[in-house]
Design a binder for this molecule. Structure first.
Ligand code: FES
Length: 135
């Protein structure tokens, strides 16, 4: 009977395959535990001033400027994720799905949403009068 010989090269190959198999087996567990890679921030440059309206509605954010401060809120409702609209006359943000209402600072005024809207960093450009929103 012939004995099976293992060379150093085949042992390192085996270790590498075991390592890959271990990573593959751990991936669903890590995903289940909620580990996620943080996404890269998205930077949006807005080249207009909001002196007349005081707000600008983007596809996924609403930018406010009261003359002193500028801030941006997410348009994603914290209840189930519908896109929120801004009612200029009432000065509130309202979700069309289940009518949650939010103040312009993101605070919940009326449920079913329980969490406030996400707030994004806004840099007001002094020279050109524009804004940089970091989402
Ligand atoms: S998704 Fe906005 S209130 Fe339900």
């Amino acid at each position: 009977m012939k004995a099976c010989k293992t060379t150093p090269h085949s042992q390192s190959k085996r270790k590498f395959l075991l390592f890959c198999a271990g990573l593959t087996a751990l991936y669903p567990i890590i995903r289940f535990l909620g580990f996620s890679i943080p996404r890269k921030p998205r930077i949006i440059e807005l080249s207009k001033t909001l002196t007349t309206t005081g707000f600008h509605i983007g596809p996924d954010y609403i930018l406010f400027d009261n003359g002193k401060d500028a801030w941006a809120l997410s348009r994603k409702c914290t209840h189930l994720g519908c896109t929120i609209n801004y009612h200029e006359k009432k000065g509130i943000l309202e979700c069309p799905c289940h009518q949650s209402r939010f103040a312009t600072d993101g605070k919940v005024l009326h449920g079913p949403a329980k969490k406030r809207l996400a707030r994004y960093n806004v840099e007001k450009l002094k020279d050109d009068g524009g804004y940089i929103v970091t989402i």
